[in-house]
Design a protein around this ligand. Sequence first.
Ligand code: ATP
Ligand code: MG
Length: 710
Amino acid sequence: MTSLLSSLNEMQKEAVLDFNNPLLVLAGAGSGKTRVITSKIAYAIKEMNYSPYRILAVTFTNKAAKEMRERINSMIPDENIAGLEMRTFHSFGAYVLRRYGSKIGLNDSFTIYDDEDSLNLLCNAFPDEKKGDLREYMKQISKAKDKGYNSSSAELNGLAYHMQGFRTYFAAYENALRKSGCVDFADLIIRTTELLEQNDDVREYFQQRFKLILVDEYQDTNASQFKLLKCLVGKDTQLVVVGDDDQSIYKFRGAEIKNILSFEYYYPNTRIIKLEENYRSTKNILRVASSVIKNNKERHDKTIFTNNESGELPELISSIDADEEALKVRMLISRLPNYKSVAILYRTNAQSREFETVLSCFRIPYEVVGALRFYEREEIKDALALFSIILNPHDRISFLRIINKPARGIGKAALEQILSYSDHLIDSLEFAIKDNKLSGKAKSGATAFLDMYKKGCELLNNNCVLKDFAVFMLDSSGLKKLYEDEKDETIRRGRLENLSSLVNALEKIAPGREGLISFLESITLDRTTLGSDDEENEDSVKLMTMHNTKGLEFDTVFVTGLEDGIMPSVREGSEIDDVEEERRLFYVAVTRAKKKLFLTFASKRMLWGSWNSQKPSRFLKEIPKSFYKGEIETANASYTNHFAFEPRRSNITNTPSWAQNIVKTPTKTKSSEVKVVKNVNYEVGDRVISPNYGRGEIISKEIKNGKTVI
Ligand code: ATP
Ligand code: MG
């Protein structure tokens, strides 16, 4: 018995030590599934002499991959585990396509399009149609792709029968994507599978290379990921998957619970291992989770128990509205010894707003995990488009994004001229200039762009340090100047800071073309972190959606907005399936808590610009009253807003994430006034909190220039 096994229970040990057959570890939250994966990898390397290079571990997020790698490193500090492939499905797909993509016609410097780029590409193919309509088509196309279908799949008939001409749109999109030399997220899986299916040599290479493949969060794999996995498992590969059917929360993205149910069918001799002891949560937290999840009809009945202490009773906090909810949450947080292991969870990103406002107002450090993704910000997308075009001159969406930004005199007519030549957009630009097809201003703009492109390529080819490359591109394209000229100070500062963190992030990347390719890939695929990991402040409250909490744990957890319509986010009469998925999400959220759980509910909430009376979540009613402290209190209908906040815009601990992307700062605080953040009806007598004056009461109210001044 080695020390690697000493921290495992009997069933976990079985899972770690069994190298003979496929394994399916099915177990509830916090029962040590992820620990089985890290321990098994460490054991295989240390005790079974597996080369790390022969192991592939698939995680759900890049962040999880990073943490698990660190964990394994600390378990076997003397081993070099650099060769271990620890990736998400998407990042593994990108890894394969970069190396072997040429076999299916992909250049190694392909760009990965995100959802917005994909939609733009479709809009570009159908310029006369409304973006809103095309968005619906795009949604269905993504869904179909997650199921592994293409535009000629027979199954499409059933899937999108109500959408006219669906196949035509799908085919046009596929075509445009191929012409651009780009892939979308779904392609990272589908095209990798296609590559492996069509090329015996590549498939055999991977099948022989990987002796051990492990998949965490297996309940949320979709049909195309299942197919990819099948291509990778060779006759000597052991496949180990761990999951919990109660935590399947991505059905809307095509996750298939049947991947668990049919596992034994596809992998004969599978051994199923069940783990029943929860090591994460107190007894009191666990019984709240169990009392709700047991109402799902479609589930494997599981026993889950804990030997942890009973701990404190979970608390239910009722509030009048979302502002008060946020205030109460912050009050409870300020009583905690530190902010390190505290999470505020909500159903939708929009709910972070009130919490951010209050936390920044009271200078409590916080971090929004995965909300406004760094790379989705306008200035970052502009910069990335600029870099992408240097790598991939076929990348139409990036080209269109920056060819006339900042304005270079290349208007619609000039652009049409340019695009008429070839799919290689830089060649086209050159032809249009040579053929004298452009007017004076457009011609000089195009020439400057071309010069920048050539110089950029030269820098990359000479293995230039990427930081210098970025500085050159941002300067010579005029993008930096564009943002320096931004009139609004808050926006200008935010944008320039973001561009500067982009440049700083490049400092750690290997130089030249290769480095840039891997950087662009990581920034597009890393969908979980806001900015770079190094900025992560340990002692900060984490704010995130319930979906983003997969696999994580915190001492104290606030599960907020427990109202019907929000959580569950379904309305009366919704499909049972949808409610069951929401219930699983609730179960995931609650089981993140180790020691203390708070459940919050607000009677009123501003939804789509108007106040709504909220009913307590049906999930709250499924918890026996004796399992928690506090009452469900609903406020009466006559309502006035009791709290208002205006965070000071300078010197606040964080700029709220919602404030970073707004076009105009909603208010500016002058020394003698407190203006309102939101368009609500403050009345004389309402209690407010101002960072300038602290707590107080509104004593007068007047309208000045159409704005309420109080
Ligand atoms: P989830 O379903 O939420 O992903 P999980 O089943 O993957 O949970 P882990 O995250 O592996 O569970 O483990 C939950 C917690 O219990 C972790 O803090 C882990 O270190 C601890 N743990 C797991 N197994 C044991 C054990 N045998 N003894 C003590 N602690 C354990
Ligand atoms: Mg886990």
